[in-house]
Design a protein around this ligand. Structure first.
Ligand code: SF4
Length: 375
């Protein structure tokens, strides 16, 4: 039975439009678009809406070229393309953080190109661990709440935010358990299924989705020891797409036993503080406590050492970098952790990916060669 749930969520992860339609029909809730990364979804959920992750997709790009250069990442270009084609016409608002130059441009372009969709910009402080940075984060979350109230013509109470935060805490805890169990059962949760199951959560009501993941977790717990004999990989990057690359992983017996993906463990690996009462402060501390996240100032550059530790903990054989083309924040990190992985003797494969890429023979050859090198 739980294997049907795996298939259902993998389907939803692969078919966002259908998943969103189903979510709207089954919950009766409105949709608010949340751009990557770290948008405070709890505020949207507290407003009685479903936050839907805007992670681009695969399509031909033409209209977006009026606003964005061809060297912007495919996620931002695709989001704008879909919006200009009217795909997001019934979205009640969008929230866009400003982590990179592309996002900063998109915030203004979106306002100009799509004036009917309220656009809420969000900025996190560079110095998130100063008292002033912490207060700034709290104020930003509250400002987003206020702007969403104006966009939706409703008041969001503190109690609703607390309830939503609890739903998300349950989700984050459940996902930590899911990834740990999936790492022990790569024969059941292949690299592609693992990724698509996780991605499905971007398009569903989190309470419903969490219930389904709990069912999968119980099913995995009841399984005997895994028979998997292939390669155990840690995957890092923004997203593990296009999914054809994951088909190649599966063909070559590569399991994703751990990840450092923006559509993945970065969403839930930082637990909330138990000793903080105020819900907005709890949310701000989750930003404060983030470690090794590309998008938050990290003078110690912990990403490499965290991946090396993850490799040991999960008995992984290698790290696979899925570098989103033209994503400068991710690219800046690479030379630093590449050297650390090499010094630690961790084999790694660098794949440059783009949501619109069409030919897969070159990555197929590189993945096959990498596997031969490891075996
Ligand atoms: S450049 Fe990177 S961080 Fe910026 S929007 Fe694209 S994928 Fe996200």
């Amino acid at each position: 039975m739980y294997r049907d749930t795996i298939e259902k969520l993998a389907f939803n992860g692969l078919n966002p439009a259908k998943a969103i339609e189903e979510t709207k029909a089954s919950t009766g809730k409105d949709i608010v678009g949340v751009f990557p990364i770290r948008t405070p979804e709890e505020i949207v959920y507290a407003a009685g809406c479903v936050p839907v992750g805007m992670w681009g997709g695969r399509t031909e790009l033409s209209l977006a070229d009026r606003y964005l250069q061809s060297f912007c990442c495919s996620v931002m270009r695709t989001n704008l393309e879909y919006a200009l084609r009217g795909v997001y016409n019934d979205v009640k608002a969008v929230i866009i953080p400003s982590f990179c130059d592309s996002m900063k441009c998109v915030i203004e372009n979106w306002k100009l190109a799509l004036p009917k969709i309220p656009t809420i910009a969000l900025a996190y402080p560079q110095q998130r661990r100063l008292q002033s940075g912490l207060e700034f984060t709290v104020n930003e979350i509250k400002r987003v709440k206020h702007e969403l109230e104006l966009a939706l013509h409703k008041i969001i109470t503190n109690q609703q935010v607390e309830e939503a935060f609890n739903v998300y805490e349950d989700y984050r805890k459940t996902m930590r358990e899911f990834t740990a169990l999936a790492a022990e059962h790569p024969d059941i949760v292949s690299a592609k299924k693992r990724y698509l199951i996780i991605k499905a959560g971007c398009y569903m009501d989190k309470a419903v989705y969490t219930g389904m993941i709990k069912e999968i977790n119980e099913g995995l717990k009841a399984e005997g020891p895994s028979t998997f004999k292939g390669i155990r990989a840690i995957v890092t990057g923004i997203m593990a797409e296009p999914t054809e690359i994951l088909d190649i992983f599966d063909e070559n017996g590569i399991a994703m036993v751990g990840d450092d993906l923006a559509v993945g463990s970065r969403l839930w690996r930082t637990p909330a503080r138990d000793n903080v009462e105020d819900v907005y402060m709890k949310m701000a501390y989750m930003i404060y406590d983030l470690e090794g996240d590309t998008f938050f100032y990290d003078p110690d550059k912990k990403k490499g050492s965290m991946m090396i530790a993850m490799k040991e903990e999960l008995r992984a054989d290698c790290v696979i970098v899925m570098m989103m083309k033209f994503c400068d924040p991710e690219e800046y990190d690479y030379p630093i952790y590449k050297e650390e992985l090499e010094n630690a003797g961790v084999p790694h494969l660098y794949l440059e990916v783009d949501q619109q890429m069409a030919g897969f023979e070159q990555p197929r050859t590189r993945i096959q060669s990498f596997c031969e090198m490891l075996l």
